[in-house]
Design a protein around this ligand. Sequence first.
Ligand code: ADE
Length: 217
Amino acid sequence: MEFKARLVSWNEIVDWCLSIRKEIVNSYSPEIIIALSRGGLVPGRLLSDYLWIKDLYTIKTEHWGITASKDATAKIREDPTIPVKNRSVLIVDDITDTGKSMKLASDFIKKLGPEEVKTATMLHIDHSSFKPDYYATEVSNKEWTWFIFPWNIYEDVLRLLDKAMTGEHTEEEIITLLASNFDLNISRQLLQDLLSNFRQSGKVFRNNQKWRIIRTS
Ligand code: ADE
């Protein structure tokens, strides 16, 4: 197996965000939420609702190099309009894995003169160099997993296919490749929905019953 990947459901997203909310209401009264784009957008929006915080902003952490490569360095795309001065801030992301994005964002916000800064993620991998103040689930690095969040299915599965597919494969073969390379079991129906999108977007090519990735680089 190359590494483990798993599909995360919308119900899990809701449960994790409710669990973060529960911890926060007992210990912190943020006045403004800053969601890290793109992974923190949906959790940030849910927490904005669950905590009655309408002041929801985003900042984008950008990675140099290949998307989601573990050692890429991150930088902040600055947004000087976020009104954090003298206010209690909650920074939200989906996961702390290396911890680089959250460290960068939290250092950046602290320089803008907030009253207090706390951080929250749904998932925290225990090797992360940054530990969020609030998180719903801790994952052991021994069980390191690529979490396929419901808002990133197309991008992530295409990336997995790009790693696993060597030439032309039938749908059955693709399902087997995903299971053996990533311990990822996906239904025939889901695979067909994904492939249909990839095909319309010019990312895969179908020849009779076989599929091939169109690689641009
Ligand atoms: N972003 C950074 N690490 C991740 C992981 N393990 N799963 C999903 N998204 C991530």
